[in-house]
Design a protein around this ligand. Structure first.
Ligand code: KG4
Ligand code: ZN
Length: 337
């Protein structure tokens, strides 16, 4: 049997600089430099993100190579995030990855970040889904329900018409005065509150598409009204608000996931992307495996939020299928498939 290829991968679509090395589906190293600078601004500042990528990329690469215990000669291909993402951030990673590959005479494999979130399910040691399967990809910039027939054949069945689910978490957290990124903070608070304390109405969106901006406006009005009557309202009820908001977001996601299963008849269901780290969403999906006979795939925490191991496995699958790019490939900040 031929030895599985060793792939070096770079991720720089937003505010995390990631470098990983994998052999086949085995992760040899997966290093991430988080950019704390954005916390002070309550959101990602694109210019600062690009500068931080430029500073972090070499030390992150050195650390990933050292941890993986591989020699440069062992590497067969270099994968990198071509898009979607912030233009400046993508440029730093893409230019560096392509130059490094070129200097070492290696193929360079451009990867779609959203497809990579899904393909993270093929990393060892967890069992990989069989084809076809459905994946709800929920991140800070995207929310998509995808049918996967093969690593190279993915169809978006539905997606958000406005804000992404992660964006909804982050924006509501900001309205509540919580630190950025709000998703994980809201998740933690929600675990201590009552999800039926406050009710929000669900948007009516046809088919498998979704919408979160109406919910955000509704919550904003709800907070304003209550704060007018009691300026300590958010502080006093923060866990109940968080649990109710999380419940409202998860209801939208689970409704569409159920509709997708019904429409396609596919009961193999995965979640991916930053919001798949949400404990409430993970529990709701797990319940479907126990109650509705779905076969569910929940990614390990390390592969939910942005990381380069997922870029590596996507790159490896493309490389094995004979795909590679060249120096002329430009980043694609809005890249659908
Ligand atoms: O996939 P990701 O790391 O980056 C993008 O590609 O956007 O997703 C980041 C998003 C942020 O909106 C963050 O608040 C959200 O994922 N997130 C969460 C949790 N952890 C991260 N949202 C809800 N609950 C969490 N535990
Ligand atoms: Zn992402």
């Amino acid at each position: 049997m031929p030895t599985p290829p060793v792939i070096l991968a770079f991720e720089s679509s937003c505010d995390d600089t990631g470098v990983a090395v994998i052999r086949g589906r085995e992760v040899l190293s997966n290093v991430i430099a988080n950019q704390a600078i954005h916390e002070a601004y309550g959101g990602v500042v694109p210019e600062l993100a690009s500068r931080a990528h430029a500073q972090n990329i070499v030390p992150t690469l050195m650390s990933a190579l050292e941890k993986a215990q591989v020699q440069v000669d062992d590497i067969q291909a270099v994968a990198y995030t071509r898009g979607p993402g912030l233009m400046g951030s993508l440029h730093v990673g893409a230019a560096f990855a392509k130059s490094w590959a070129w200097a070492h005479g290696l193929p360079m494999v451009p990867v779609n970040h959203m497809q990579a979130h899904i393909l993270a399910h093929f990393l060892e040691p967890d069992p990989a889904p069989e084809f076809p399967f459905l994946c709800l990809t929920v991140s800070g910039g995207h929310t998509q329900l995808v049918r996967i027939d093969s690593p190279l054949d993915m169809t978006i069945l539905g997606e958000t018409k406005d804000d992404a689910a992660g964006e909804a978490f982050d924006k509501v957290a900001k309205l509540m005065g919580l630190p950025y990124p709000g998703g994980p903070v809201l998740d933690r608070l929600a675990g201590e509150g009552r999800s039926d304390a406050f009710r929000f109405t669900k948007p009516q969106v046809p088919g498998l598409d979704m919408s979160f901006s109406g919910l955000k406006t509704q919550i904003w009005q709800f907070l304003q009204q209550n704060v007018q009557q009691n300026d300590q309202f958010v502080e006093q009820r923060k866990t109940d608000i968080a649990a109710s908001v999380q419940h409202a977001i998860l209801e939208i996601l689970m409704d569409k996931l159920e509709a997708g299963v019904e429409r396609t008849g596919i009961e193999r269901v995965a979640i991916a992307g930053g919001v798949s780290a949400n404990r409430g969403l993970r529990a709701r999906l797990q319940a479907k495996s126990d109650g509705a006979n779905w076969q569910v795939f929940i990614p390990p925490m390390a592969y939910c939020t942005d990381n380069a191991a997922m870029i590596a496995v996507a790159g490896s699958m493309l490389y094995e299928a004979g795909f590679s790019g060249d120096l002329a490939d430009e980043p694609v900040p809005r890249w659908t498939f």
